[in-house]
Design a protein around this ligand. Sequence first.
Ligand code: PBG
Length: 326
Amino acid sequence: MTRTKRPRRLRRDGVRGLVSENRVSASDLIAPVFVDATTDERIPIDSMPGHERVPVSEAVDRVEEVLETGVEAVMLFGIPESKDERGTRAWAEDGVVQRATRDIVAETDAYVITDVCLCEYTDHGHCGVLEDHAADDPNLTVKNDETLELLGKIAVSHAEAGAQMVAPSSMTDGMVGAIRGALDDAGFEGLPVMSYAAKYQSAFYGPFRDAADGAPAFGDRRHYQMDPANSREALREVRLDVEQGADVLMVKPALPYLDIVSAIRREFDHPVAAYNVSGEYAMLHAAAEKGWLELDEVAMESLVSMKRAGADLILTYFAEQVADRL
Ligand code: PBG
């Protein structure tokens, strides 16, 4: 029978690769690394199999492990030795991320990106300076403009330690501009900012909050992170960050928000990053552990779907595992 149109012609081995539209490469991946100032030993993270909090003394070894897989960039998160109301350890010259960054930059070729936020450093676990309301006020939230000043200080302290990119994640209005200004004033005009531009208030961050010890002590983050119901608002958030000088635009989480990745890809010409978050990693692991999914395959399929949606960079806890197979 004559059929002129047969898409299956291009699905055979040999030609599949030639016509493949998207590819995950190790050079697109960023591996999150947790550095913990409260420990001398590596501590496995139960809800994120294969991941650990490492002491500062092992930060270089941990990053070397990442580099061996072909992944070239890491995103550092810190667990400080102590927390307080304002999160002062977040911008300390001898803070956990600052010390780890110095060592990693001195001893490895990794590209070091740092998460700029306060939630791991404040005793209340929120991403900024709290308002003066009563602690049981359900509307209690963070003060926007006072928080900006602290974010600028954190970014500069990371840059001084040698970070090559900073990634503000607090969803404070004006955070990119404040950080850009602080970096420029300190002489770091050339240091790029990757904004967590469209960061949703997501239940998929659960395992991360165990990993980084950053769960809010009360309430949630709905007063600053985005409502999962909204998509036009994401474009507005991104536009503001672009105006303030963001170099890379991130969407977080990734899989449940690929429509947002794709919308941003169409509207803007900046590089787009997708953050494949802790809960996305944990759920695949949990299903694989039960024998219900094949982990390597679902991991790769997840990442390639992010590329297809339009992501250039992917932050993922699967980075090493996937890069190893490429
Ligand atoms: C800090 C931050 C969080 C994540 C990245 N940076 C936690 C949060 O906002 O609650 C989550 C990452 C993940 O779940 O993998 N603000």
